[in-house]
Design a protein around this ligand. Sequence first.
Ligand code: MEV
Length: 323
Amino acid sequence: MSAKTSVRSAPGKVILLGEHAVVYGRRAIAIPVTGRCAEASVQVHAAGPVRLEAPQIGELWRSDGRASSLLAPLGELVFAALRHFDAEGAGLTARLRSTIPMAAGMGSGAAVAVALVRAIAAALDRPSSHEEVTRLAMIAERGFHGNPSGIDVEVTARGEPIVFSKADGARPVLPAAADFHFVLADTGVAAATAAVVGAVAAGFTEAPERYETAFDELDALATKGCDAIESGDAAELGPLMDQAQSVLAAIGVSSPEIEALVRAARNAGAAGAKLAGAGRGGHVIAIVLSPNDIPAVERACIDAGAADTCVTKLLRVPREAKT
Ligand code: MEV
């Protein structure tokens, strides 16, 4: 068996509209954050242990030694992938690196899982279909998050904006008539997706009708958001994001830090702003109508306590390039 090193990567993501509701079967829109990515470097050996190294966070997981609980879901993924690609019993060393902050709503777990599956397939000289990559990556995602909808794995594997529901899967949502520019501001508060999804589940059990109504509202906003993106109407998208933020706050997933950044972004000229992902921390996403507005929004968010900011954009795709 070759001991070549195969390196693959996958981008971070943010949820534009529909987080939490998507866990309950509604639609959500997710976009890749191409400036942030996870990378896996993999060597497969004829025999030996599985070893996963994440030096940036000081984590090491070994199949024959002390297990880091943080990387354990990826260990499970590796065994499933080796079995799937007819290499059961092989040894493997993977080095994981990422510029996606953890527990910050940017899909770091999904991106590293997708990069790892792709690198394993490449190290074994096996082709890997989108279906194989996402199915195997979901093994780790379930270990990280308990009850993931699957949207994070889909968007990072595709690397393009998608609308997703559990029933219908993913389809691309591509702007045809205008570019869209977003500022992402990090509250600096780590919030584990599993804990926030669990809190929403507890609220749902107590007041199912109220939560069903909220999820329906978020679904309707995601549907309108697809129209706004596909018709190139950035001005339309901002108010939809603002409305989504109100609904998300009402189901208890906002926080004082999120509200401060949302307010600062809007006051500095953003056309709309909301939390992105599980909430209670992580990132806020704000839309600006012109790239010229980006510096003022970034500065305002930093002044309001953001730990960091970055930008992401959706560039228009000419209609003939979509097919
Ligand atoms: C996390 O990026 C989005 C949530 O809706 C959870 C999920 O869909 O798995 C909060």
